[in-house]
Design a binder for this molecule. Structure first.
Ligand code: ZN
Ligand code: ZN
Length: 352
């Protein structure tokens, strides 16, 4: 098995070659045909997460073994299956659901694997798809994508799923309501495109970049605002019934300024969904939530059921495609550097 792996925290990925694992029990060996590059891969590569208030989590200090193979937007072909891997068809291609739990606890048993305290997500805790093969613990994590271009299909395992799951947390809002999407980068832009299939409310976008606001308008946003403009909130509120504000906001940036913009945009009883990874401290007072009866909720990727639901919408032609470029796995370090420099629009999928 050939992979491009983190061998030293914060350094370029390096080739690592090991024998192909033989699947045991319910395990399935998948030959990787594509793996999307996600912004979160950069944070893992760095080995440090900013938790806000000067607190940092270092992967090296939480028992995270190296070398580690990144990559959680995996598509590939089943090439071998363990004796108990019923339903895994050799030669069939699937998208792999990577957000896998221990499989034993009560959360995993009821399908809430994201709540598992001992998760083994592919590319995060377990070896991922920046490789020519990946071991999947059970065939239930293989999702059909018939009729969808393969490299595009891979991106739904994180980018698409993250957008979809965040939107679903605001599916209760009616057509008279407004949802503000803050940050129209890769995942935010996906959310704009998935929104008509996932929520009833009108969707508007806030971004500080002219280019990204233009892209959001083209993708179907009802209106766009520059959140660095001090009059943006006034204009946004004025476009909602009685000037009350938005019923929901999704912060795809996750920085103090964008979280504050989300809270300020909400009507009484509104919901802020935090998704982005930028990090920092929440800038608003506790009483804001009590007095205005606000809800703040975190959204992290999405569940297996949500991925299946999303892929159903994609297969039915209800979700427009995001732009996808392919690059050889050997060029992964250039791709990660481009991503750090903000040079990538849409998604890059690596092919071994
Ligand atoms: Zn991701
Ligand atoms: Zn579990």
């Amino acid at each position: 098995m050939h992979s491009m792996a983190i061998v030293e925290w914060g350094k370029a990925l390096q080739p690592v070659d090991t024998p192909n694992p033989a699947p045991k029990g319910t395990e399935v060996l998948v030959r990787v045909t594509g793996c999307g590059v996600c912004h979160s891969d950069i944070h893992i590569q760095d080995g440090v997460i900013d938790m806000g208030g000067g607190r940092k989590v270092e992967y090296a200090k939480i028992g995270f073994p190296l070398p580690h193979t990144l990559g959680h937007e995996i598509v590939g072909e089943v090439v071998a299956a363990g004796p108990d891997a019923a339903g895994a068809k050799i030669g069939q291609r699937y998208v792999v659901f990577p957000w896998i739990g221990c499989g034993k606890c009560e959360f995993c048993q009821r399908g809430d694997e994201l709540l598992c305290a001992n998760g083994r997500a592919l590319g995060v805790r377990a070896p991922g798809g920046y490789a020519d093969h990946v071991l999947v613990p059970h065939p239930k994590y293989l999702v059909d994508f018939t009729g969808v271009p393969e490299t595009l299909a891979a991106t739904y395992a994180c980018s698409g799923l993250t957008a979809f799951s965040a939107l679903k947390k605001l599916a209760h809002l009616g057509p008279e309501e407004t949802i503000v999407i803050i940050g129209a980068g890769g995942v935010g832009l996906s959310a704009v495109m998935i929104a008509p299939a996932a929520v009833k409310a009108r969707v508007v976008v806030a971004d500080i970049s002219d280019r990204k606001r233009d892209a959001a308008l083209k993708a179907g946003a009802g209106a766009v605002y520059d959140n660095s403009d001090k009059d943006a909130l006034k204009a946004l509120r004025a476009a909602t019934p009685f000037g009350a504000g938005a019923g929901g906001a999704i912060d795809f940036v996750g920085a103090p300024g964008t979280a504050q913009f989300g809270v300020n945009a909400l009507r009484r009883g509104g919901t802020l969904v935090e998704v982005g990874l930028a990090g920092g401290e929440t800038p608003f007072g506790i009483l804001t939530f009590m007095q205005r009866m606000l809800t703040i909720t975190g959204s992290y990727v999405g569940s297996l059921e949500e991925l299946k639901e999303l892929m159903g919408l994609v297969k039915a032609g209800k979700v427009p495609a995001i732009p996808v470029a392919t690059k050889p796995l050997a060029q992964v370090n250039d791709v990660l550097a481009d991503m750090r420099a903000g040079k990538i629009d849409g998604r890059v999928v690596l092919t071994p």
